[in-house]
Ligand binder design. Structure first.
Ligand code: SF4
Length: 225
């Protein structure tokens, strides 16, 4: 009998290079800063279950591209589906493959669309703040001022769209997060447990592979005080 789970596991597995301080990834901006810090200081291989979730995200992205390109949808035109991203700051660079963005044209307007797969679109009432932050950063870098967050339900391809106007203050706030991260990494000081301290972000801790280290850091921090 073929073990197909094993074949999928082998297929999604990828070689990961250690991250280098000074090079940051736009897709991480909405994550807990302490978690990103840990990923530089104590790199871990991405778990197979998470890689499979990423794969579903890629597959849905390709599906959205197919829908936009379809001759049956003449009102929208695909401009780009694989956009390079690079922002050179004074002391560091933000760059990387942006694989959840498509650029389309509708009503003579170029719109940057961030595509996110979701497990139940009916439960979603507003765009998730970490996704809005990411999109603001992309709009800042590309100088495209019209954004949309498109959520697609993994179960039934139902979708929900949120229009996100460009907000320079929010884009700058996103950039500042990288500066804070860079400072902490360069000075070897651990950031605050951001997700733990914020009710809206506390769900992130449930999926965080650095929970134990984070707990330990807080206990040691209290002892040192
Ligand atoms: S456990 Fe929560 S607060 Fe700690 S690093 Fe992970 S996400 Fe951040």
């Amino acid at each position: 009998m073929i073990d197909f789970d094993k074949l999928i596991h082998n297929h999604v597995k990828r070689e990961e290079k250690p991250k280098v301080i000074g090079r940051y990834y736009p897709s991480e901006i909405g994550s807990c800063l302490r978690k990103i810090w840990f990923s530089y200081k104590y790199p871990k291989e991405t778990e197979s279950e998470l890689l499979k979730i990423f794969k579903i995200g890629d597959m849905l992205h390709n599906f959205v591209v197919e829908v936009i390109k379809s001759e049956k949808n003449p009102d929208v035109e695909l401009i780009d589906a694989e956009m390079p991203f690079e922002l050179k700051m004074k002391n560091f660079v933000i760059s990387g493959r942006v694989d959840d963005i498509v650029l389309l044209k509708a009503n003579n307007k170029n719109i940057l669309v961030e595509v996110k797969s979701i497990s139940n679109v009916n439960k979603l009432e507003k765009a998730k703040p970490q996704h809005v932050m990411q999109l603001q950063l992309y709009m800042f870098a590309t100088k495209i001022r019209d954004g949309m967050l498109l959520y697609v339900d993994k179960r039934n391809l139902k979708s929900k769209v949120f229009t996100i106007p460009y907000d320079e203050i929010e884009a700058i706030k996103a950039l500042e997060r990288f500066s804070i991260l860079h400072e902490h990494l360069s000075n070897n000081t651990i950031p605050e447990p951001e997700a733990k301290l914020d009710e809206e972000k506390s769900w992130m801790c449930k999926y965080c592979e650095y929970r134990d280290l984070c707990e330990e850091a807080d206990i040691n921090g209290k002892k040192d005080r």
